[in-house]
Design a protein around this ligand. Sequence first.
Ligand code: ADP
Length: 712
Amino acid sequence: MNEFYTRITSCGVTAKATNQANKRVKLLNIYTLIWIHLTIIFTITDLAQGILFERIFFGHFITALTFFNLCVIIYLNYIYKFSWARGLFVITAFIVFNSSSLIVSPGIYTEYYFFLLPGLGLSLFDQKWITVSILISSIVFFFLPYHIWNLYPIDYTERLDYPSMTCLFIALYFLFNYFKKLNQQNEQLLELERDRVISDKIVLEKQEKKLRELNDFKSHFFVNLSHEIRTPLTLIQGYVSQITKKTSQKEVEEKLAVVKEQTNQMQSIINNIMDLSKMDAKQFSISTQKVEVHLFLEKIYTNFKQLFDKKEISFSLKPIAKEIFIEIDSDLFQKAITNLLSNALKFTPKGGNVILHSVITKNHFQIDIIDSGIGIPVTELGNIFKRFYQVKNDITKSKGSGIGLAFTKNIIEAHDFKIIVSSEENKGAKFSIQIPNSLCDFDDEKSKTLLATKSIDSANPEDAIKVFDSSTNIPKILVVEDHEQMRKYIKSVLSDYEVCEAENGKEALEKMKVQSYDLILTDYMMPVMDGEVFVKKVKQLKDKTPILVLTARTDNHGKLNMLRMGIDGYLQKPFLEEELLLQIKNGLKLYANTKVFEKNLQQEEKASLEAYAEKFNSKINDFITNNLVSNTLNVEEIAMHLNMSRSTLNRKTKAVLGQSTKDLIMEARLQKARTLMLENPHATKKEISAKVGISNTSYLFQKLEERFGVSI
Ligand code: ADP
């Protein structure tokens, strides 16, 4: 019913119209609806009193006409003809009130309805001449029964006070008018207020968006930065602790070289940040000296050659046939070119080309760094020199901080040189440093013979997939890590195992197609395919190889994500060797039995066993998870639930899941405890113990340490 009335009163209301207009349409609908109800009620009461059929025909005609007109008014509103509808309303009112007071019910004061009309007119019309006409007509029609038709006794007519009745009409008219104006003013104020609220809301939303972006950017920046710093830190810690053990002089030297390289790396990251903030504070000055461009570029070229070589990218130097001297701060200028070359190295895939090239044009001498890498979308070209800005792609997801180019640009501009970029997505990028000819010293006499282009033949990529001898019993571990030194370090720690390497998740998946591994150790942040996607894919393949994740992330969210995907453990960078070895040992132990069991099976047996194992696993795991809080949960209880004897259950879990039932329960309790600790770092040890059904707190934490190492 409510719905029906709302629909009727909203007939003709449209979002396109102003609030004022919609309000009028609604008012007219409400008046009409009330009138329809009155007509029905009057007809029913007449019927009840038995006087309905005594009425003259004209009376019935007027009732029918009223009813019909009122429906037409609603219909006109419905088809958005409000002006017609209100006109019809006023005409109907005059016809009905008049015929009622003069013909249908003469002498029973129905002319008093006219008091309502000026008010209704004011609420439906704005034009003064219309509302005043309605007022005058109402007054005139009100007096008709008294004067012209003489429907009332003479003494009553004589007593009727014409001036005061007219004043009453006028007073009512002004009163309505006053309220109408007041209402309009309030509405205008409300509208203004609403506009203000809306504009405030827009401003707030914009600010919120900016804050959110800033926040995202901040966390992305810090996550990347901590990754950049934690990786060398882990290497330094690892190698330093290896040096303290007994090692040969040669090994010590090798390790120290890596430590030095990594410290330099960290120092350069921090220096870049410091230099950038100095530039901000305008505490930045350059001290220049004359430098011969060739020699300068050749030195940088030699430094980078090896790095490009390693990544199998052809790197060449195309120098100019002249000796050119420029005034530069060689330290800073070298940093600028190094940044550009590091980017070329980072954003060019294996097999690509990078050229360090110089040319003389009419106005300037130009140094170009051209690569055939992933390129930069045209829309992003204007942003890449902004501080901390990174184009979103697979590589920047885990690498870089967006400082390099801002820093480079500042250096170049401090020399009064210019840096420009041109690029096409997936085709490569070209960064050009333009040095005005007026700032160059061309020594034509010492002209050199054109240096032959130095180009490094792309090394014959050795087959990365090492297929190991299957007869060996040494566990095979697949290390997935993009940082080469880190891979090397992990390999040195895992000297007791057979280690296979992959640079990212994608490469690892390829390797897993050819070879099976006893354990996977993967980094979390990697280009091309990161650790999260990689683990998801491995799990989708139903591969049961235990997975350990190395992460620089300190936020619980990232770790929880991983744990929920069913990895067997994670290590936070920087980690200790002992911790890594312990986690690997436990991971391998957990799956050893399953592997042995599976090895002895035929292919079909394996498939049907897998299906059975999955069912069995989910049954037993569900039961354990649901009853974990109880400290009485034991093998008997599970055996009873699965309807088998204790010894059958033990045999089955060992064969199918590679662990005894007792171990399974303990593993579930330990995993749950670890997840709970991450979810709620403030939970007390006692609370954690209670939630995983172990009453002896110190026993639980000792077990956690044994299982996951020092990070607990
Ligand atoms: P980052 O630390 O991310 O490398 P930079 O300031 O050096 O920061 O570079 C800013 C962004 O410009 C990078 O994140 C990358 O998206 C883009 N970029 C810079 N150089 C190249 C290049 N040679 N090829 C493709 N993209 C590049």
